[in-house]
Design a protein around this ligand. Sequence first.
Ligand code: IPM
Ligand code: MN
Length: 368
Amino acid sequence: MKKHIVLLPGDGIGPEVIHSAKKVLEVIAEQYEHQFCFSSHDIGGVAIDRHGSPLPDETVKACEKADAILLGAVGGPKWDQLPSQLRPEKGLLGIRKKLGLFANLRPVKGYPNVMSASPLKDHVVAGSDLLIVRELTGGLYFGQPSERRDNGQTVVDTLQYSRSEIERIVEKAFQSARLRRKHLTSVDKANVLESSKLWREVVEEKKVDYPDVVLEHMLVDAAAMKLITNPSHFDVIVTENMFGDILSDEASVLTGSLGMLPSASLRSDGVGLYEPVHGSAPDIAGKGIANPIATILSAALMLRHSFGLEEEAYAIEKAVQEVLKDGYHTADLHVENGKQVRTKEITHHVMDCLSPQSATNSIMSCYA
Ligand code: IPM
Ligand code: MN
């Protein structure tokens, strides 16, 4: 299989974790005889510095032509003072919107050895395995341009959803539930928000098409609590953009670190952008200690969802599991009796699990 993958390393630890995921994809290409061609483009803060825009046209064009996109992270204190239209985050929101990537899948799975790194009790996190389906191109993130009124003393952000925007994400969630344990929790704030009332109506309408899926509605505040008191209650959660953003960071606590969570942002035809859920972590950027696992697992999601390469995707996930089982982890995880290693080392352990031969070669080239 020949595929063209656009890399958007971005800011902070973005380039380091993208480098790791690319190495892993190269091992997969060699082992399974695929041809992955990579090209790298600017987004976020680096794009502001080099091109004066967080999302240069050239980057959009490259993404439009790509078979799939792998993104690192955007943002950092350097660009914090810029007006909101020019901030690095606008690059990420812009590419999600331009490509119509409305369905954000965030699987949250605890790995046995690493769960001890969670501040939650072992019996609470045990067995947690859920999928957050976050709507990604609507809601508060994309309201009418936010404005300041009354001489800057009042602010306005709008939360807008159309029926069709809700329908397509809810369908995606029901379909995802069908492939898992067939339990769907729709999270909203229907006791207060008009948009949530429409959301609930649409979910109720759609459920007749999925009689095999057990559906429940849950208010977002209750869901936030249940997520860390009884996470194994959940299978698939579907929710709007902002709630999904907040709940997915919260859910990462189950896995011990935000550095473990991958994500896929998809549209209906399979085109996708894949990125770790974590941010650019400017405090540790360039130190070689970032956790690349979320990005490596995002590359696995790319193989599965955009290329249909289930066996290869599973091989990566299994390799990550092996490495964690062997006790290797990066500094963000506080694993009892674990072996703390750096970004490069943990990457090579993953490569090694996939193919001992390629890893040895690349260790030599990496450390040369
Ligand atoms: C995420 C991030 C982004 C978001 C930011 C960087 C704009 O937090 O992917 O979860 O809020 O969607
Ligand atoms: Mn977030």
